[in-house]
Design a protein around this ligand. Sequence first.
Ligand SMILES: [Zn+2]
Length: 244
Amino acid sequence: MFYFDEINGKKIMRSDLIEAEHFFTTRETIIKTKETNKEVLANENRKMISEHFGINGENLITPSQTHTAHVETAVIGKNTYPDTDGLILTNKEQAIFLNFADCTPVIIYDKKLNIGAVSHAGWRGTAGQIAKVTVEKMIKDFGSEVKNLTAAIGPAISMCCYNVGEEVYEKLKATVKDFSNLSEIRNGEIFVDLKGINARQLTECGLDAIDICPYCTVCDNDLFFSYRKENATTNRHSAVLKLK
Ligand SMILES: [Zn+2]
């Protein structure tokens, strides 16, 4: 279940399924932007979050997301991760965040090993099965077992608002065995459930504890950012993860 909470009186969203420290920022807790008039607020919020976690500001890190299905593991002292759309966190000194405006945020947590990951699944990342790639890397590199993994799929453009072309539809459909209830046709247009497709990919990997955020970035644009609705905005909400 997703619920709203606050840090220093500012709104964030969490899932009760993820036992690590984590949250999804909202418009007022923005930490990523290229808009000059938002930079001051984003810097203040990053400082607030580092202090909230009790870490150095330089240890609050984000990769350079380019819609790949490439997953890395965060290394203490290393702050740049080019072309990386999934980041695994295994240490308690760093906190990681990835950034979104319509694309699907996926937080995965291993409650037994106390390691976690955040992935960025737009349609390209979803077509590249980045959530599954992340799980497979956690299994291969750290010995995670799917029975110990929980996932939270954050605010993203929902099936109410996400129409795609036939080519994208076919690519997304091919990522799961069971595509039932993940698309619909309205007025001759194809709408897909990107959050649901990521959840289905994880289910087909063997996860059974998956929380899906009901909020749509277009319908709930007063809370979150939307690339489509806000004319290619550079403002982002973020999925943030820190191990306890
Ligand atoms: Zn919507």
